[in-house]
Design a binder for this molecule. Structure first.
Ligand SMILES: C[S@@+](CC[C@H](N)C(=O)[O-])C[C@H]1O[C@@H](n2cnc3c(N)ncnc32)[C@H](O)[C@@H]1O
Length: 272
C-alpha cells in the first residue's frame, strides 16, 4: 500500500533523527568510559563492596573521598553507571536508591579476579591521548611511528623503561588481564598444556599468565622472557624463571612457546 505524503515525511524525519542519534552515541561514547574511570578513581566499587555488595548514596559517601558540595553530582554519576550496567539500582526505604554490584563491577573488587589495574591503564591519559590525533597520523607516509609514538615521541616499551610510574601501571595492568583470562583458559582449555614439560612465555611481562599456568601445572618448568627493565621488577618468591632479553635476538629453549597479546607488535615489526 502506498504511503501518504505525510507518512513519507515522518518516516524521513525519523531516519534523520536516528542518524543524528547514532552520531551522538559515537560522539558522547567517551562519557561512559570517563564515568567508569571516575568510579575507579573514587573507589566506588570498593565502597559498595565494603557495604556487603549494595549501598545507598549516603553509605557510599562515607567510604569515598569527595567534596560535600559534589554529593548531588555523585548521584548523577551513579545514574550513568547504572544505565551502563556497571552498577544495579533498586528503590530502597525513604525512596533512597540502593546501588548494587553487577557481574561487571564484581570484577572491580576484592583480591581475586580483579581487572581494575588493566582498566586503569587503558583509561589513563597516556593511552587515551595516544588516539587523539589518529586522523593526523594517517596523513604521514609509512614507515612512520605507531600512533602511540606519534603522540608521545617514544614507543610504549621505551616510555615504560624511562617513566617508572607508567612502566608499573603497564606491567600491573597486564598482570591483571593475564591472570584473569588465563584462569578461564586453564579451566576451559587446560588440555593444551598436557604433555608439556617446559614452557617459555615470550614477552610475558611480569608473568601474570605464566604464574597461573605454573600453579595449575606444577610439573611444567616455566620461564618468562621480557625486556630487562621489566624483568628487573619480576617477583623473586616464585619457581618461574625470569630471563631478560630481546625476543628478536634469541628465545630461550623450551618444548613449548607461549605468546599472549603480542601479535600486533610482531605484525608491526615485520610489515611496517
Ligand atoms: C602487551 S605486553 C604483554 C605481556 C604479557 N604477554 C601479557 O599478556 O600479560 C607486551 C610485552 O612485550 C614486552 N616486549 C616488547 N618488546 C619486546 C622484545 N623485543 N623482547 C621481549 N619482550 C618484549 C614488553 O616489555 C611487554 O611486557
Amino acid at each position: 500500500m502506498a504511503l501518504s505524503k505525510k507518512q513519507h515525511t515522518s518516516t524521513d524525519q525519523q531516519a534523520v533523527l536516528d542518524a543524528q542519534l547514532l552520531l551522538w552515541h559515537h560522539t558522547m561514547g567517551y562519557v561512559k568510559s570517563m564515568a567508569l574511570k571516575a568510579a575507579l578513581d573514587l573507589s566506588i566499587p570498593d565502597a559498595v563492596h565494603q557495604h556487603g555488595g549494595s549501598a545507598t548514596l549516603p553509605q557510599i559517601v562515607t567510604k569515598v573521598t569527595l567534596h560535600p558540595s559534589k554529593i548531588p553530582c555523585l548521584r548523577r554519576l551513579m545514574r550513568v553507571l547504572t544505565l551502563t550496567g556497571v552498577f544495579s539500582v533498586h528503590a530502597g526505604g525513604d525512596d533512597e536508591p540502593v546501588y548494587g554490584l553487577t557481574p561487571a563491577s564484581r570484577l572491580l573488587v576484592g583480591s581475586g579476579m580483579n581487572v581494575t589495574p588493566f582498566l586503569t591503564l587503558m583509561l589513563g591519559t597516556v593511552f587515551v591521548s595516544s588516539l587523539f590525533d589518529l586522523g593526523e597520523w594517517f596523513r604521514h607516509e609509512l614507515p612512520d611511528p605507531s600512533p602511540f609514538k606519534f603522540a608521545h615521541g617514544r614507543h610504549i616499551w621505551d616510555l615504560a623503561d624511562h617513566d617508572a610510574s607508567f612502566g608499573k601501571l603497564f606491567d600491573d595492568g597486564m598482570v591483571a588481564d593475564s591472570s584473569f583470562i588465563m584462569d578461564v583458559v586453564v579451566k576451559e582449555c587446560g588440555d593444551v598444556f598436557q604433555g608439556i614439560s617446559s614452557l617459555v612465555d615470550v614477552a610475558g611481562g611480569l608473568g601474570g599468565a605464566t604464574q597461573t599456568i605454573a600453579k595449575a601445572f606444577p610439573h611444567v618448568e616455566c620461564s618468562v622472557l621480557d625486556l630487562p627493565h621489566v624483568v628487573a621488577n619480576a617477583p623473586t618468591d616464585t619457581d618461574v624463571k625470569y630471563i631478560a632479553g630481546d625476543m628478536f635476538e634469541s628465545i630461550p629453549s623450551a618444548n613449548s612457546v607461549f605468546l599472549k597479546v603480542y601479535a600486533h607488535i610482531i605484525v608491526k615489526s615485520c610489515s611496517c
